[in-house]
Design a protein around this ligand. Structure first.
Ligand code: ZN
Length: 296
């Protein structure tokens, strides 16, 4: 661990304007941060006279209430809604939304770093989960890829899809035609996970008709194994399957954990997603927590 830390410290402190090295900066007083009362060193660049501080380079730059970040994360991945999080932590719901976006940004960075350490993964399971934005007539697909042996979540992408079945006609009448972006979502996912996969990786999925073709295009040397879909059991949020051995257990168990942990994905919940990008943020925070704490 020593090396990344050293690298981080030396990467710090480049002038934000002319990018000069830290040798060319002189100390320029200090201030006490309001949140936490920590002494923060200020600098002046001798090349361009820009003044900055140690805080300038932090992800949390200009944040008040830094101490709530961890608490907000814990609430959001433990089935609390945004409003309930605000109530419990005695902060405004707008602050929760701001921290949701911040935590997601941080989580995505950590996930990218985690993925860079992985290589030659041999068995991956993936599938689409379904949820909706605002109304069941506007469904969303969450494409999720899981490393079978470790149950790590390799990636999760939200994309919109048109309503199916009985609702399809009413949805078109009320909201007009809705684009099917699921292929693009899968493509984004594949692009992110590809460097971590072995050449002859085995993909396990259900019998969705479009998966096979897309996998052959993207991973010509991979093997694709399909399993028949089964009826969900009640305790597993409909994701764990009733009775006997489930070949897609790693995937289904992970999907059940997502549904249990993220308030807006719980089945029959009152909580809904209003913006797909915020759903993606919420999922990214969970994915980071899942890989960092639950399955590591
Ligand atoms: Zn400078």
């Amino acid at each position: 661990m020593a090396q990344p830390l050293l690298k981080m410290l030396s990467m710090k402190r480049k002038c934000p304007v002319c990018h000069s090295h830290s040798d060319l900066h002189v100390r320029n007083g200090f201030f006490y941060r309001e949140s936490g009362r920590v002494r923060v060193q200020r600098y002046r660049c001798t090349q361009c006279a820009k003044e900055f501080s140690d805080a300038t380079f932090q992800l949390r730059y200009r944040q008040r209430l830094r101490r709530i970040n961890g608490l907000v994360e814990r609430e959001l991945i433990s089935g609390s809604s945004l409003r309930r999080t605000a109530l419990i932590l005695k902060i405004n719901v707008k602050t929760v939304v701001r921290r949701l976006r911040f935590l997601a940004h941080k989580a995505r960075k950590e996930q990218v770093r985690r993925m860079q350490l992985l290589s030659d993964i041999q068995e991956v399971q993936f599938d689409d989960m379904e949820t909706f934005e605002h109304s069941k007539m506007k469904p969303l697909a969450i494409t999720i890829a899981v490393w079978k042996n470790k149950r790590w979540i390799l990636g999760c992408e939200v994309s919109q899809m048109p309503a199916k079945g009985l609702l399809a006609k009413r949805a078109r009448k009320k909201y007009g035609p809705r684009l099917d972006d699921r292929k693009k979502g899968r493509e984004r996912l594949f692009k992110k996970i590809q460097p971590a996969l072995g050449e002859s990786v085995v993909f396990e999925t259900d019998e969705h008709p479009h998966y096979g073709k897309h996998l052959k295009e993207r991973f010509p040397k991979s093997l694709h194994v399909q399993y028949k879909g089964r009826r969900g059991c009640v305790v597993g949020q409909g994701e764990l399957k009733a009775g006997g051995f489930d070949p897609l257990f790693s995937l289904n168990h992970t999907c059940a954990m997502l549904r249990y942990s993220i308030s807006r994905l719980v089945r029959r919940t009152w909580v809904t997603t209003k913006r797909p990008d915020r759903l993606q943020d919420h999922i990214d925070i969970y994915v980071n927590f899942h890989n960092r704490v639950l399955v590591s």
